[in-house]
Design a binder for this molecule. Structure first.
Ligand code: F6P
Length: 327
């Protein structure tokens, strides 16, 4: 058992719904175990600028239901440098913060991994990203909310698509990962899903549309932001050329996918993992992410969490499912 006296908590990278529930859990668990807790503003930026605020039970009241992050977030270039990390370490030591919980995605964990090793500083990570692209957890905090946001939006698009006999190409988030596209695409009954991992490509898409059923009033194609076909507008141009008589529209959902009230699944996941992170620090764990796999809490070294290509469901079976269901 390590005697931790003051845990710093921060959110970093793109925000995700449920980050506030995670902060709340870290704060309340720390207090439960008689450990002080300090909020760090704007992720690693706040570490470097010593932007620290002591937190108590009340400071996280009425936030479990709120999207975004009360601690604010940033992507911080200075933390990638030795000098930046040295300043961050000095600030932590001077403020008697002796452990960290970092909530974010692969960029956050890459930084945490380096910092842990460089300064032998205890850090536990919580998977906070809408992308679900981390190994070591079935779901990341924010993913469930994000895919439900997509489903609600595309259901509305479907209404107008059906009324006008239109084909819609809808672009969803995921610069490096098609996991938002894959699940939400299945959820909305998409005709095809274009994701970076699968390389369906415009040609294959054209082939599917040419050979597919002609009596559908509406068709939805989901394209992940990072797909190699080049995004919804490029795919739209290709389809307009090939099918000049089709009525085609583009819709880019953008950052609405990152905001909004977290779903109950995300709130519970965040709460459970937040408490687990504090308990893990007390037990002497470090340099790992807390995740949930098959309902159990598991800890995965940071270095193994960020190979998103191995993550979850991008398997031929899932892609075949999309094809079967679009008959
Ligand atoms: O990592 C989460 C994410 O929402 C990605 O899906 C997306 O590509 C990226 O962040 C967008 O980042 P920004 O808000 O900085 O444009």
């Amino acid at each position: 058992m390590t005697k931790i006296k003051n845990i710093g908590v921060l959110t970093s990278g793109g925000d995700s719904p449920g980050m506030n529930a995670a902060i709340r859990a870290v704060v309340r668990a720390s207090l439960y175990y008689n450990i002080k807790v300090t909020g760090i503003t704007r992720g690693y930026e706040g570490l470097i600028q010593a932007d620290f605020t002591p937190m108590d039970g009340k400071s996280v009241g009425n936030i479990i239901q709120r999207g975004g992050t009360i601690l604010k977030t940033a992507r911080c270039d200075a933390f990638r440098t030795k000098e930046g990390r040295a300043l961050a370490h000095k600030n932590l030591v001077e403020s008697d913060i002796d452990a960290l919980v970092v909530i974010g995605g692969d960029g956050t964990f890459t930084g945490a991994d380096i910092f842990c090793k460089e300064y032998d500083f205890p850090i536990i990570g919580l998977p906070g990203t809408i992308d679900n692209d981390l190994v070591g957890t079935d779901f990341t905090i924010g993913y469930d909310t994000a895919i439900n946001t997509v489903v609600h939006a595309v259901d509305k698009i479907r209404d107008t698509a059906e009324s006008h006999d239109r084909l819609f190409i809808v672009e969803v988030m995921g610069r490096d990962s098609g996991l938002i596209a894959l699940r939400s695409g299945i959820g909305v009954g998409a005709e095809a899903i274009l994701i970076p991992e699968a390389q369906v490509g415009s040609e294959e898409l054209v082939h599917r549309l040419e050979t597919g059923r002609k009596d559908k009033a509406s068709k939805i194609i989901i394209v992940a932001e990072g797909d190699e076909a080049g995004g919804a507008y490029v795919v739209g141009e290709t389809l307009k050329e090939k099918f000049p008589n089709a009525d085609i529209r583009i819709s880019v959902l953008g950052h609405i996918q990152r905001g909004g009230k977290p779903s109950c699944m995300d709130r519970v996941l965040a709460s459970r993992l937040g408490v687990a992170a504090v308990e893990a620090l007390i037990a002497g764990k470090t340099d790992v992410m807390a995740g949930q796999v098959n309902k159990e809490i598991v800890f995965t070294p940071f270095s193994q969490t960020i190979k998103h290509i191995d993550a979850h469901d991008i398997t031929p079976t899932w892609l075949k499912l999309v094809e079967i269901l679009s008959m």
